[in-house]
Write a protein that binds this ligand. Structure first.
Ligand code: GDP
Length: 200
C-alpha cells in the first residue's frame, strides 16, 4: 500500500470547526508522551507531520490530517489527532476547557470510523483503563496499540504484553497491537486493523 499524501489540514477548537464533508475519520487518543505523534508519523511515513501541528495552542486542539492511500478501502480519510489526556502540567481549569471538545468529537461524529487508543507497553495506567471503559460506554470498540514495544526485553515481552492485555480488561479475542517506531514492529498489523475497520 502506498501513501500518496498526508497533510495537515487544520486544528479545531470548537465543534463547529469539525469538517462537514463526510470523509471517514480515524481518531488517535492517548495520554501525553505515550508516543502518539511518533506512531502517527511512523504510520504515515512522515518524519515531522504530527509535530508540525504542535505550536502553542494547537496541542489542546483536535488536529486533522488528510491521508490518501493506494488502498481502495482507505483511499481517503482524516487521521484525527486528539489532545493527550492526563498531562500533569495542565491545570484542571485548562483541562476542563478541552475535555468537552474531545467528548463532543467522540460522541457526535457520524463520520468517525474508529478510535485507536495508545497505551505504553510497560506502563498501563489507571487512566488508560478508564479511558477504554469510557470509550466503550459511548459505543466505540477501540483498537488498542501498545507503544514503545522495543523497550520490552525479549525475555519479558510476552509476559508484559499479556499483563497489559489483562490490566486493560481486554477480552481474549481483542487485540493489543505492539508497536515500535524504532523497529517498525506493528506498522503492517495496525494498517491491517485500520483496513478491517474501514471494511466493516
Ligand atoms: P506524544 O506526546 O504521545 O505525541 O509522544 P511522542 O511521540 O512525542 O513520544 C514521546 C517520547 O517517546 C519521545 O521521546 C519519543 O522519541 C519516544 N518514543 C515514541 N515512540 C517510541 C518507540 O516506539 N520506541 C522508543 N524507544 N521510544 C519511542
Amino acid at each position: 500500500m502506498k501513501i500518496f499524501a498526508a497533510e495537515f489540514i487544520k486544528s479545531c477548537v470548537a465543534p463547529e470547526q469539525f469538517p462537514a464533508d463526510g470523509t471517514p475519520e480515524i481518531a488517535f487518543v492517548g495520554r501525553s508522551n505515550v508516543g502518539k505523534s511518533s506512531v502517527i508519523n511512523s504510520l504515515l511515513n512522515r518524519r515531522d507531520l504530527a509535530k508540525t501541528s504542535r505550536t502553542p495552542g494547537k496541542t489542546r486542539a483536535v488536529n486533522l490530517f488528510l491521508v490518501s492511500t493506494s488502498d481502495p478501502v482507505l483511499s481517503q480519510f482524516y487521521l484525527v489527532d486528539l489532545p493527550g489526556y492526563g498531562f500533569a502540567k495542565v491545570s484542571k481549569a485548562e483541562r476542563a476547557r478541552w475535555a468537552p471538545l474531545i467528548e463532543s468529537y467522540l460522541t457526535e461524529r457520524p463520520s468517525l470510523l474508529g478510535v485507536v487508543l495508545l497505551v505504553e507497553s510497560r506502563v498501563v495506567t489507571e487512566q488508560d483503563r478508564q479511558t477504554l471503559i469510557w470509550l466503550r460506554a459511548i459505543g466505540h470498540r477501540p483498537l488498542v496499540v501498545a507503544t514503545k514495544a522495543d523497550k520490552l526485553k525479549p525475555s519479558e515481552r510476552v509476559r508484559l504484553l499479556r499483563q497489559a492485555h489483562r490490566d486493560l480488561g481486554l477480552a481474549d479475542g481483542e487485540m493489543l497491537i505492539p508497536y515500535s517506531v524504532v523497529t517498525g514492529d506493528g506498522r503492517d498489523r495496525l494498517w491491517g486493523a485500520l483496513r478491517d475497520l474501514a471494511k466493516t
